[in-house]
Write a new protein. Sequence first.
Length: 256
Amino acid sequence: MKKLLIAGYADSTVNYQNAFARLGASCDTLPPKAPSPAPCQTKPAPPLSLPRLSYCPYDYDGLILPGGGDIAPPLFGAANEGSRDIDEQLDCLQLRTLDSFIRAEKPILGICKGLQIINIHFGGTILQDLPEASQLVHAYAPPQPTAPSANIHNKIPAIRKNGDKIHPTKAAGGTFPERLYGSSPITNSAHHQGIGAVGDGLLVAQYSHDFVIEAIYHERLPILGVQWHPERMCFEYADIRMENGADLLRYFLSLL
């Protein structure tokens, strides 16, 4: 059985744990949050200043960087220009964890915030608040008992009962999203931020019609990232209007 570390707290990563369990993998999560957050510096924190790890990457087959709140802007050298729901201690733990798994040459999958963590690690930046027109497509919407009429093929997003948007994207030829889902994957979305400058060694694999980056991969390391939530696109969360997220999760497990 493959063993994964999910770099998030147990109570906020239940969907990830359940999805991977259904695919035959076991998962550990980060230790419970400390009472007092470790402050981040005003500049990107060097590895030694981040909280010390309490586990070894060699005990795991791979790393999952899950979704969550926004990343502390000082970690990518910026002032706060729209970031919210920030957990600085978790940001630092995730960056430190990512660094250790890269050094151990372990496969890594970043999801939503996790994709952005990967980008920051490699020197990229974050668009802290997408333009209003893009937020209509990408931002989480309050759960609704009935979804409004929409035509996802005409770039008008549908809204799921859980608040996720559904919208079309484009995948670059030969990349992992294209191999899994074809050239025009339809995915979910629940974010108000996105990747700005792409980090060193990272390549864009997928983007939406407004050119928000939807997936990245490293040119030589086993590192993948998606802005969407595959764990909310499979099993009990499956929806015939979008792709099956389990295909991506199975593909990642095949890299381990």
